[in-house]
Write a protein that binds this ligand. Structure first.
Ligand code: NAD
Ligand code: MG
Length: 406
């Protein structure tokens, strides 16, 4: 018998009830793909989408979901019509998405995009569910408060973001006192080698061309600006209770090493894998066991070389701003996220240049701080109010930022 304890697989064999928030998105799609491969092991409690009724109804029919919710309140009848003749209950509007999260599924994938995912994620957390968290914006918006509430409710948060899932796996090699720092890797995005002047003028089509990952539109643009890595620095701080000084970013264009943890003996433990979100999602779905993942087998001999660079804060100022917001605290990360969401929407709408995304975030943070608005977040409602007010602030600053060239 081995001296290393082997976990038994009984838990993995029991049928598990599952809810997927944001089922029609990129993460939702990868999650449904994994669930599809073992339909006898999972029962779908609820599925949600923003507006895509057809895709949601197709999934509900395929998986026999008990409840579906579309966030757009005007689409209830359309959803009901699409599911006529089934036993699936339908809901519409923000409260219906929250209800989907509140229904009794053991495991919830939180994959709504943006701070809109906060209330549904909290509904799952508050009933003590196991929550696979892909939606980083909700953590960045709520700050420490989200994890405190999860701890109070006895919820289990499983990091689904690839870098944080890597850290979660590597952290098992030591304890908190032995941890020196974590390193989250970044591909560098499509503009890794571009000059500031070229980044300033980048088009939407160029920003949407991610070299390694296939993802939703918002996160793909965030990857091009490296705002995504900024959000992930804050996400790591919230998830694992780390300071800004304990989190390093390393540019690694091949996206094979996803995260590393350095311990006091100078051992650095890394997690590797092909850039396929189904691997971290499979880890969350199987946890504490391991299930079979469909990603390509990692062939390091074929890849040949793994390379690394320091991040360039001057060409990617959004990353620097994330560290500053994290150090500032008291709602600054909420403002960082809210302003970025406004900026990305404005860039997609053709209202601002790519380079103005970070300028709008910086201007919103500066205006927020100089107005004396920083205050500790005591509740989810506080975070939601800061998010709302910061969006308004960013929207009022937008016209002058749009006019100003770098
Ligand atoms: P996506 O845009 O492809 O999908 C978003 C999902 O959320 C869709 O189902 C959409 O219908 C739903 N949605 C959007 N706005 C909503 C609203 N206001 N109310 C209710 N539902 C809404 O996004 P994605 O790429 O799947 O990303 C989802 C989340 O996961 C993001 O927070 C992202 O940062 C994070 N994430 C994504 C990846 C990835 O590879 N795609 C990797 C790591 C983390
Ligand atoms: Mg990531």
């Amino acid at each position: 018998m081995s001296a290393v304890p082997l976990r038994n697989n009984k838990a993995a064999l029991a049928v598990r009830s599952v809810t997927v928030l944001g089922a029609t998105g990129s993460i939702g799609d990868s999650t449904m793909d994994l669930l599809r491969a073992s339909k006898d092991r999972y029962r779908i409690e609820a599925l949600t989408a923003h507006t895509n009724v057809k895709a949601l109804a197709d999934l509900a029919r395929e998986f026999g979901a008990r409840y579906v919710a579309v966030a757009d309140p005007g689409r209830l009848q359309e959803l009901k019509d699409a599911l006529a003749g089934t036993r699936t209950e339908c809901g519409a509007g923000e409260s219906a998405v929250v209800e989907a999260a509140a229904r009794p599924a053991e495991w919830v994938m939180a994959a709504v995009s943006g701070a809109a995912g906060l209330k549904p994620a909290l509904a799952a957390v508050d009933r003590g569910a196991t929550v696979a968290l892909a939606n980083k914006e909700c953590l960045v918006c709520a700050g420490d408060f989200f994890m405190q509430r999860a701890a109070q409710a006895g919820a289990c948060i499983l990091p689904a973001d690839s870098e944080h899932n890597a850290l979660f796996q590597a952290l098992a090699s030591g304890n908190r006192e032995e941890l020196v720092r974590v390193i989250i890797t970044a591909s560098g995005g499509p503009f890794r080698t571009w000059s500031s002047a070229d980044i300033e003028q980048a088009t939407l089509a160029q920003a949407l061309k991610h070299p390694n990952w296939s993802m939703g539109q918002k996160i793909t643009i965030d990857s091009a600006s490296m705002m995504n890595k900024g959000l992930e620095v804050i996400e790591a701080a919230c998830l694992f209770g780390l300071t800004a000084e304990e989190i390093d970013v390393l540019v690694h264009p091949q996206s094979i090493i996803h995260g590393m943890v350095e311990f006091s003996d100078r051992s650095v433990v890394a997690q590797l894998g092909a850039p396929d979100m189904r691997t971290p999602i499979a880890h969350c779905l199987g946890w504490p066991d391991r299930i079979i993942g469909p990603a390509a087998k990692l062939d390091l001999a074929k890849i040949g070389q793994l390379t690394f660079e320091a991040p360039d804060f001057s060409r990617f100022p959004g990353l620097k701003l994330a560290y500053e917001a994290l150090r500032t605290g008291r709602g600054a990360t909420t403002v960082y996220n809210a302003a970025n969401e406004v900026a990305v929407a404005a860039f997609i709408a053709g209202k601002i240049r790519f380079g103005a995304i970070a300028r709008l975030v910086e201007a919103t943070l500066e205006a927020w701080i100089s107005a004396g608005n920083l205050a500790p977040l005591a509740s989810a409602d506080d975070a939601i109010a800061v998010d709302y007010n910061a969006r308004n602030k960013a929207a009022t600053l937008l016209p002058q930022i749009a006019l100003k060239a770098s």
